[in-house]
Ligand binder design. Structure first.
Ligand code: NAD
Length: 359
């Protein structure tokens, strides 16, 4: 196992481990443990090089620090990436070697599912390490439910601000891009609240289900970002908003779960100038990590998460989103700007101080 401490861009550590016998080539980046041990999913991906894998781990672990801090969790940000060498299933030996690597990192980091690393993988990983969440046998299961609930409340909060209608979503037109774990659940929550849905997914079956069960209207995946709606919820892959499509967005607000929605942070200002509110993904998609942190807190020696019931802490994502939108409006800046400032402030304060802060 290799270790580099205090990396150039402010991360606390990067752990590396290569195990030729099982093909494991893994990296764990720890951005911050100021608020508590780091948490972050494991990405299993065909990276071209170790440098590309490390760069991804560093980028994603910083976002996890912000996400955890904003969600008021006693957790820091980290991320694991494993270089995939085959497209077949992960061998039990590889998962066991990965579990042993996590055990050696110990109390500094715990992980969960992410792109290419499924809940079933988490379940198998749990056989060799306690430092994993998102398991159904002993934990909170699929984090998508919590994530969708948090995004739903963020949409309610934004809607209340923009249309001055409380959190009533009746008749509100919402476009959902991606009807997977999060988007599918979000669609059901929004439909139950009376919203009119426009949906797109490359999976035709998911679209047909939403059309027949929720009365949704189908849109093309290439054009859903330009749908004539009130709110667009990107819930598919990252990079949904880029210089080529930013001026085509007709929604009044973008509030969705997809990670890394902006290909360039400057697009947040661009959207604001276009009159579009963009609610930062790392603010509104924190529901999954709220559930995961609770599960990880059951590992002996871990700090307990805030005492409030999980339902209340997921609703707090909406409260926080509304407050940060108000703050951005008052200052005439983007939501990204005030959200980053809030996250940095929370990262530099102790968890005890933060626990005393109003939600
Ligand atoms: P998922 O894989 O279950 O669902 C993604 C869906 O998007 C799939 O149905 C897929 O077919 C569809 N899709 C892919 N490309 C598309 C395109 N171009 N247009 C339309 N649809 C497309 O993933 P998920 O768990 O629902 O996560 C969705 C997003 O939210 C991801 O970016 C993820 O990183 C982020 N996120 C998820 C969680 C969570 O708890 N699962 C938490 C935080 C953030």
């Amino acid at each position: 196992m290799g270790l580099a401490e205090n990396t150039a861009d402010g991360h606390e550590a990067i752990f590396t481990h290569r195990d030729p016998a099982t093909g494991l080539d893994a990296f764990v980046a720890i951005h911050s443990t100021v608020r508590g041990p780091a948490i972050g999913g494991t990405r299993f991906w065909h990276y071209e090089s170790s440098d590309a894998a490390i760069a991804d781990a560093l980028r994603l672990s910083r976002a996890m620090s912000y996400k955890c801090a904003l969600a008021g969790l006693p957790s820091g940000g980290g991320k694991a990436v494993i270089r995939a060498t085959t497209s077949g299933p992960k061998s039990p030996e590889l998962l066991a070697a990965y579990g042993a690597f996590l055990n050696r990192i110990g109390d500094l980091f715990a992980t969960g599912e992410d792109v290419g690393f499924s809940l079933a993988d988490c379940e198998r990983l749990k056989e060799s390490t306690p430092f994993v969440a998102g398991t159904t046998s002993a934990g909170n299961g699929d984090p998508s439910e919590h994530t969708a609930f948090g995004v739903f409340h963020a949409i309610c909060a934004v809607s209340a601000r923009l249309w001055n209608n409380g959190s009533d979503l009746a008749g509100r037109r919402v476009a959902i891009q991606g009807l997977g774990g999060v988007g599918g659940r979000l669609a059901r929550m929004l439909a139950a609240a009376g919203a009119d849905l426009i949906v797109a997914d490359i999976d035709e079956r998911a679209v047909r289900r939403a059309v027949s069960e929720l009365g949704a209207t189908e849109a093309a995946t290439e054009t859903i970002h330009a749908a004539d709606v009130d709110i667009w919820a990107p819930c598919a892959l990252g990079g949904a908003i880029h210089p080529g499509n930013v001026n085509e967005i007709r929604a009044r607000a973008v509030v969705g779960a997809a990670n890394n929605q902006l290909t360039d942070a400057n697009l947040a200002d661009h959207l604001m100038r276009n009159g579009v509110v963009w609610a930062p993904d790392f603010l509104v998609s924190a529901g999954g990590v709220v559930g995961a942190a609770e599960e990880i807190s059951r590992v002996p020696g871990r700090a307990a998460p805030p005492a409030a019931p999980i339902d209340q802490r997921l609703r707090a994502i909406g409260v926080r989103t509304g407050r940060l939108l108000d703050e951005a409006d008052r200052e005439g800046v983007s939501m990204l700007s005030v959200t980053l400032r809030a996250a940095e402030a929370m990262l530099s304060a102790s968890p005890a101080r933060i626990a005393g802060m109003p939600e």
